[in-house]
Design a binder for this molecule. Structure first.
Ligand code: HEC
Ligand code: HEC
Ligand code: HEC
Length: 98
């Protein structure tokens, strides 16, 4: 599963001419639709710096420290910003789960 994901990520990175940061990241999720993270939306759209997330919150897909929604509500992973103040709240599931 992880290998398949890496192959898909590498394939998509290869086709995009100007990939921002780590590109689009797909988190496989048990019990909900997969969650998608866009570097472009965060780096270009929200004007965040790489250091806002790396290496404090994330390294890369292979070393992903997976978080649950409960942990996000306590400020882990996406929840470090998606708290309804700094960025949109966690209650709008379809914003991230597609
Ligand atoms: C808002 C947070 C955020 C910002 C800002 C951000 N990243 Fe990321 N980055 C992530 C997340 C989330 C992942 C996936 C980590 C995981 O799977 O645990 C990631 C993964 C990566 C990866 C690894 C991709 C892979 O396939 O393993 C690279 C490379 C990367 N980012 C580079 C950058 C660079 C360069 C910048 C600045 C231009 C940047 N990132 C800005 C959140 C961010
Ligand atoms: C800000 C983006 C975001 C929002 C909003 C969000 N999620 Fe998630 N969710 C994620 C990401 C990313 C993961 C995968 C995290 C990982 O693997 O590290 C995840 C994981 C999960 C998981 C698996 C882990 C667990 O907690 O059991 C479930 C289930 C889930 N989400 C349900 C939901 C539901 C239901 C909502 C709405 C109430 C929601 N999510 C809102 C980003 C989000
Ligand atoms: C360092 C802070 C930070 C982290 C960490 C972060 N985000 Fe965001 N995110 C933002 C900001 C700021 C915006 C722009 C304001 C808004 O839409 O709430 C944003 C916007 C978004 C949007 C809307 C993008 C659009 O289409 O305009 C989605 C979806 C999203 N984030 C998903 C995620 C997911 C999934 C994660 C975790 C893997 C995550 N974010 C982690 C700060 C962050």
């Amino acid at each position: 599963m992880r290998q398949l994901l890496l192959v898909l990520l590498l394939a998509s990175a290869g086709t995009a001419a100007a990939t921002v940061g780590g590109g689009d990241i797909t988190f496989p999720v048990k019990g909900a639709d997969k969650a998608v993270f866009s570097h472009e939306a965060h780096v270009v759209g929200a004007k965040l710096k790489c250091q806002d997330c790396h290496p404090g919150l994330y390294l890369n897909v292979a070393k992903s420290k997976h978080a649950t929604m409960k942990q996000m509500e306590k400020g882990k992973s996406c929840g470090a910003c998606h708290d309804g103040k700094r960025a949109s709240a966690l209650d709008d599931c379809t914003k991230c789960h597609k």
